[in-house]
Design a binder for this molecule. Structure first.
Ligand code: SF4
Length: 418
């Protein structure tokens, strides 16, 4: 017999996962959310991607009842309705079903009737499953089990990197399902203890004392990074960077190039393939600027932002253009292939360059600021373009951004290798 649950909640999936990473982050989220860092455009794009993939996953089990509340105030009502739907033979699939147990509220992406039982499915927009996803599933299993929901299975659903789009998206082949119920069952006593511990953290009169450390970035960059790290002396952006010069110069291009070009690339990695013949997260070149003295007006700008189907043309054109130089310098966190490519990102990583500004990752902007002591460089739009690729209106802005990036790459290259 399934019973209705109390309506107030203290923890949710996200606050539980946050609490596992850091009790102080959980406390601040609940009691002082205004201290959070502003969400970056990159983070917002990531959330949006997760939402879009989640909605697409509904098609795997069509015809379900959507239980998602319009606002947090509707959670108690949705908890009651979800429990009623479990006993309604006309409902076979629920999206975002809302459950609550031991003051912990979860929304289950997909809940599918399976004979007398239910199959719960959590959707992930990634190609691989991390430990955090397993922990997330185990928490949901704990709550559902606590609510008395008879479960035949608990599964994680994620994008299949082997899927190649041909015609309309085939959701049955786009997604992979992995059963995690055995793990979730095994974890139940641990989850119960964690929930009680984290509820006690939320009830504290003050934030727990937690020193900053590697947990501020793993498994996720913490929202309170700016708040907690602001008084750490080594955060001062004016201190010099450190680098292993021996390792750096061992990578210097040989023989010394006379004819150098600089390259900035704009890539697009759609989670759900857009074009036939492509896979989830396929790297597609949308635009580049090649700057060098062989180029008209010093720069060649190529783009297919308005027509992604032309993305194959970029690498071919680039290869031809690059063949006129001894060396092409770029700065790219993802590998760039080409015989003449000198990727400053990899070179500086190999030389173990360090500066507090690079703690969250080595971006071109932060590297430039570290090398040239806090000089502000540019506001780049590559992330905006990734997020809004379909609606982009200003190619000129993209071109300007990529040219500015090239100037920065050139300055950094000359600083170390002139
Ligand atoms: S920045 Fe670090 S110490 Fe501060 S709340 Fe986040 S994880 Fe905890």
């Amino acid at each position: 017999m399934i019973t209705l649950q109390p309506i107030m909640h203290i923890l949710s999936k996200s606050t539980y996962i946050k609490g596992l990473q850091c009790e102080k982050a959980l406390y601040l989220t609940k009691k002082h959310p205004y201290l959070r860092d502003r969400l970056s455009i990159e983070q917002r794009a990531k959330f949006q991607r997760g939402t879009d993939v989640g909605i697409l996953a509904h098609q795997y089990f069509p015809g379900g009842v959507n239980m998602a509340p319009n606002s947090p105030s509707q959670f108690p009502k949705k908890v009651v309705e979800t429990m009623q739907n479990l006993n309604n033979p006309a409902v076979n699939v629920m999206y975002e079903a809302v459950f609550q147990h031991n003051d912990t509220l979860v929304m289950v992406d997909l809940l599918v009737r399976d004979g007398d039982q239910w199959r719960a499915i959590e959707v992930k927009s990634s190609l691989r499953l991390s430990q955090t996803y397993y922990n997330d599933a185990a928490l949901q299993y704990y709550v559902l089990n606590g609510c008395g929901v008879p479960l035949s299975d608990f599964m994680l659903m994620h994008l299949d990197g082997d899927y190649v789009k041909e015609g309309p998206i085939d959701v049955k082949r786009l997604f992979k399902l992995v059963s995690v119920i055995d793990f979730a069952k095994e974890q139940e006593p641990i989850i119960a203890a964690n929930v009680d511990r984290l509820k006690n953290v939320v009830a504290l009169p003050h934030a727990p004392q937690v020193a900053v450390g590697p947990h501020c970035r793993e498994p996720y960059p913490c929202d309170f990074f700016g708040h907690c790290w602001k008084n750490i002396p080594q955060e001062n952006p004016d201190i010099p960077f450190t680098i292993d010069y021996k390792a750096l110069f061992a990578q210097a291009p040989q023989p010394r190039p006379r004819n150098i070009a600089v390259l900035s690339l704009l890539h697009h990695y759609p989670a759900v393939p857009e074009l036939d013949g492509t896979r989830p997260y396929q790297e597609m070149l949308l635009a580049f600027v090649l700057s060098g003295d062989q180029e008209p007006d010093g720069h060649t700008f190529w783009n297919c932002i308005d027509d992604h189907s032309r993305w194959h043309e970029g690498p071919e054109l680039l290869e031809t253009l690059m063949s006129r130089y001894d060396l092409v310098v770029t700065f790219s966190p993802s590998p760039v292939h080409g015989l003449k490519i000198f990727n400053l990102y990899e070179v500086l990583q190999n030389a173990q360059m360090f500066h507090p500004l690079l703690k969250k990752g080595m971006s071109l902007q932060h590297t430039f600021e570290a090398v040239f002591h806090g000089a502000k460089l540019f506001e780049h739009s590559r992330i905006i373009v990734e997020a809004l690729a379909q609606d982009l209106t200003s190619y000129e802005q993209v071109k300007e951004d990529l040219i500015a990036e090239n100037e920065a790459i050139k300055d950094i290259y000359q600083h170390f290798f002139k």
